[in-house]
Design a protein around this ligand. Structure first.
Ligand code: SF4
Length: 337
C-alpha cells in the first residue's frame, strides 16, 4: 500500500514553470531555472512550497531550491567531491572517515533537491550500500569492532520504505559492537507526513540509541506540522540535533541565525552545527567567507545563551573530524539535562 508521504513525494513539484506560477513569480526566471535544472533537477514538495512567500524571489526557502544561472558558472577551488567522499570509500556505499563511525550511502533519493548540496554530483548509481541487500556494508561493519555508530545518509535515508529501513536496522542490531544509530535527514522538515505510524513503529522498537540529525537552515522551515512531527520523533526515543549550512541569501545574518536557533530549541532540537559551505561546483553563489562567518557567530554569542550558538565548522577532506572554526561554550539539552 502506498503511504501518504509517498503520494506527496510523487506529487512534488519538478517543473520550474509550475513553481514560478504557484509563487506568482516573474516568468523571466524560467529560462535559467530550466538550464540549471538540466544538471540537477528541481524537486520540492508542496508542503515546503506552502511555507514560501508569494511574489518574493528572494524568499530564503525558495532560494534553497530554485535553480539559477549562477549554478552553471565554474569556479576555481570548487569541485565535484569537495569533502573527499570517494577517497574515504571502504566498501560500496560505505564511507569511513572518522574513528568509531561509519556512514552508509543508503539511497540517492531526497525529498527536496537543495541547490548547495555537496553530493549533487555524487555517483549514486555506482555507490550504494543497499546493493545486494546491504551485504558488503554489513560484512564491513561486522568485521570492524572499533565502529559503534552507524550513520544512515544519502540522499535522504527516509526516502526508503519503512520495510527496507526496518530490515536494515534489525541487521545492525545484531552486530554486538554497534550501539548507536544516527540518521541524517531533511524529510521530516520538507515532508512532515513522512513521520507516520510505520516509521515511528520501527524507530520505537529499535534497541540502538537513536540520534536524528536534521537539516534546517531557516526558522520559517519549522511550521506547525513540522513541529508536531519532531515531537513524534522525540516521543519515539530519538535525540534531535540540527546541522545548518551557512548560505548567502538564506541565513547570513545574526537575526536569521538567532531566529533559527530559537525556533529549533522551541521544537526540542539542539542547534548543533553551522557548516561553512562545502565548495561544490554549482554552489559558489551561496558562499559566505570564513571571516564573515566568525563575525556572525560573535553576534550570536552576544545575543543568545551559549547552548543556542551552533558550532561553526568546516569539513576538510582527510581530517579526523569536522574542524571547529571557533571555541564554543558547553551546551545543555532542551529537557534541561
Ligand atoms: S536533502 Fe540533503 S542530500 Fe538531499 S539534496 Fe538536500 S542537502 Fe543534499
Amino acid at each position: 500500500m502506498t503511504a501518504q508521504w509517498q503520494t506527496e513525494l510523487a506529487d512534488a513539484v519538478r517543473d520550474p514553470a509550475e513553481l514560478l506560477r504557484m509563487l506568482e513569480l516573474d516568468p523571466a526566471l524560467l529560462q535559467a531555472a530550466r538550464a540549471a535544472g538540466r544538471q540537477f533537477p528541481l524537486q520540492v514538495p508542496r508542503a515546503f512550497i506552502a511555507r514560501m512567500r508569494k511574489g518574493d524571489p528572494a524568499d530564503p526557502l525558495l532560494h534553497q531550491v530554485l535553480p539559477l544561472a549562477a549554478e552553471l558558472e565554474s569556479h576555481s577551488g570548487f569541485s565535484n567531491d569537495p569533502v573527499g567522499d570517494l577517497a574515504s570509500r571502504a566498501a560500496p556505499g560505505v564511507l569511513h572517515k572518522y574513528h568509531g563511525r561509519v556512514l552508509l550511502i543508503t539511497t540517492g533519493a531526497c525529498g527536496v533537491h537543495c541547490r548547495y548540496c555537496f553530493r549533487r554530483h555524487f555517483p549514486y548509481a555506482d555507490e550504494s550500500a543497499r546493493q545486494h541487500d546491504w551485504r558488503e556494508a554489513l560484512e564491513f561493519l561486522r568485521a570492524d569492532a572499533s565502529v559503534n555508530e552507524v550513520i544512515l545518509s544519502g540522499g535522504d535515508p527516509l526516502s526508503l520504505s519503512d520495510q527496507t529501513l526496518a530490515r536494515l536496522v534489525t541487521a545492525l542490531e545484531q552486530i554486538p559492537h554497534i550501539t548507536r544509530l544516527r540518521i541524517h535527514t531533511r524529510q521530516p522538515i520538507v515532508l512532515p507526513s513522512r513521520v507516520d505510524g510505520a516509521l515511528l513503529t520501527w524507530l520505537k522498537n529499535c534497541c540502538l540509541q537513536k540520534v536524528m540529525v536534521l537539516h534546517v537552515n531557516h526558522a520559517r522551515e519549522l511550521d506547525t506540522a513540522v513541529t508536531a512531527a519532531l515531537l513524534r520523533l522525540r516521543t519515539a526515543g530519538a535525540s534531535l540535533l540540527n546541522q545548518s549550512v551557512l548560505l548567502r541569501g538564506v541565513n547570513d545574518s545574526v537575526a536569521e541565525l538567532a531566529g533559527l536557533s530559537e525556533a529549533l530549541f522551541a521544537a526540542g532540537v539542539i542547534p548543533y552545527y553551522l557548516n561553512l559551505l562545502d565548495r561544490v561546483q554549482g554552489a559558489a553563489h551561496f558562499e559566505v567567507s570564513e571571516d564573515q562567518a566568525r563575525i556572525l557567530i560573535k553576534g550570536l554569542q552576544a545575543r543568545l545563551p551559549g547552548y543556542l550558538v551552533p558550532r561553526l565548522v568546516r569539513e576538510v577532506p582527510g581530517a579526523p573530524s569536522k574542524l571547529p572554526l571557533m571555541d564554543m561554550p558547553a551546551r545543555v539539552s532542551p529537557a534541561g539535562g
